[in-house]
Design a protein around this ligand. Structure first.
Ligand SMILES: Nc1ncnc2c1ncn2[C@@H]1O[C@H](COP(=O)(O)OP(=O)(O)OP(=O)(O)O)[C@@H](O)[C@H]1O
Ligand SMILES: [Mg+2]
Length: 376
């Protein structure tokens, strides 16, 4: 029989907080979501008390998992900073900052992911410009440069990696607490799409955004990686800003198409990352020009070059142009990304050249401040 929310709550009632009171009476528990044998909830505490609550989180997770029929339980411990204004929200319950130690100078900073050298976001202001396609091929390009690369799908509402990499299997748990990512084409891959069904109602996803993202970073056995590429959801709204703050980013790559409208959105994306002190590693112009699949002739059917000019104007590096090409679309949509399946082709070269520039940019940047907006 499918486990119910009440069964999970009954099990959690037996867990005590650091003060000895039952967790369910602490007022710190979020709504408990139970879907298809999977349990999600968060515990929100004061940042100063986060360490004392960590064992409670572990026990709560074990208690949820012990309910008959529960296959997995994800419990996030989130910490609220006292005196901060209303943090940007994703629409549902107020997302909070994950529990983390205070950085030098008193400002909390997202802690890194052990073993992961650099985390970079691939973002755009506008949807459908090719972020996910670019993320996958960029990750493969970095792999071809000899780097150990992971890719994290941060698009909780519309995960793409299961399709772009044709992944149907579910990650296995390691020791019941950590998830083993999937490996494809030499990349270490994680997506919320591996964990939840496409039918999971959108309304449930909002509250899950931050906890799911935090858990995909912290409770997945990423292993040693030189670079983790994060495929961001579209837009520059509060949800994206919150995500940009939660992930300890080394830098961001902005994808834009050449059209003016997309460029306006790209500009917003750059402004967003600058606001949270995340260096912009550069802009990629996607669908830059048309490359005829039959004859290989190039035609500049759009006013190509817009992103290059925009990059110059904004003082950020221009990383390269990816043509609009049927192979990119067909191969991506059938889970056979061009860099992996047509490694000797011109398109793979385009992505590898971009990857080399990204690698050089990563080496060059030093973060000056944590990517947390300090609210007055
Ligand atoms: N350079 C390209 N040439 C041809 N087709 C492309 C190219 N880049 C992306 N596409 C196609 O455009 C569509 C959108 O791409 P993709 O899903 O990568 O965009 P996205 O920015 O991640 O979208 P979303 O905002 O929904 O996350 C896909 O069908 C993809 O195959
Ligand atoms: Mg996408």
């Amino acid at each position: 029989m499918a486990p119910t929310k009440q069964q999970v709550l009954d099990s959690l009632a037996k867990i005590a907080g650091p003060d000895g009171a039952p967790l369910t009476a602490s007022g710190k528990l979020s709504d408990v979501m139970v879907t298809d044998g999977k349990v999600f909830f968060s515990i929100t505490v004061d940042a100063a008390a986060a360490q004392a609550w960590e064992p409670v989180r572990d026990r709560a997770e074990a208690a949820a998992r012990a309910v008959p029929g529960v296959q997995s339980a994800l419990v996030a411990l989130t910490a609220e900073r006292k005196g901060s204004g209303s943090p940007p929200g994703a629409g549902g319950p107020r997302p909070t900052t994950p529990a983390q130690p205070a950085a030098r100078g008193g400002a909390p900073s997202p802690i890194g992911v052990p073993g992961v050298e650099a985390i970079i976001a691939v973002a755009s202001g506008k949807g459908g410009v090719g972020k996910s396609t670019t993320s996958v091929n960029l990750a493969l390009g970095l792999r071809d440069l000899g780097l150990k690369v992971g890719i994290l799908d941060a698009d909780i509402y519309g995960p793409s990696l299961p399709k772009l990499l044709a992944i149907k299997e579910r990650p296995q748990t390691l020791g019941g607490t950590r998830l083993k990512p999937i490996t494809r084409y030499g990349l270490t891959v994680m997506s919320i799409g591996f964990l939840i069904d496409e039918e999971t109602p959108m309304i449930w996803r909002g509250p899950m955004v931050i906890s799911a993202l935090t858990q995909m970073l912290r409770e997945v056995e990423w292993g040693a990686l030189d670079v983790m590429v994060v495929d961001m959801p579209p837009g520059t709204g509060d949800a994206q800003l919150t995500m940009a703050q939660q992930v300890p980013l080394k830098g961001a790559v902005i994808v834009s198409t050449p059209q003016d409208l997309a460029l306006i959105d790209a500009r917003r994306g750059i402004a967003m990352f600058r606001k949270v002190n995340v260096p912009v590693l550069g802009i990629i112009e996607n669908m830059s020009y048309f490359l005829c699949p039959q004859c290989g002739t190039r035609s500049d059917i759009f006013s190509h070059g817009g992103a290059r000019h925009e990059a110059e104007r904004l003082g950020v590096p221009f990383l390269g142009e990816v043509p609009l090409h049927m192979d990119i679309r067909e191969k991506s949509d059938s889970g056979l990304p061009v860099v992996a399946t047509m490694p000797d082709g011109a398109l793979a070269t385009v992505y590898r050249d971009i990857a080399a520039k990204v690698r050089d940019q990563i080496k060059g940047v030093t973060r000056t401040a944590p990517n947390i907006v300090i609210e007055a």
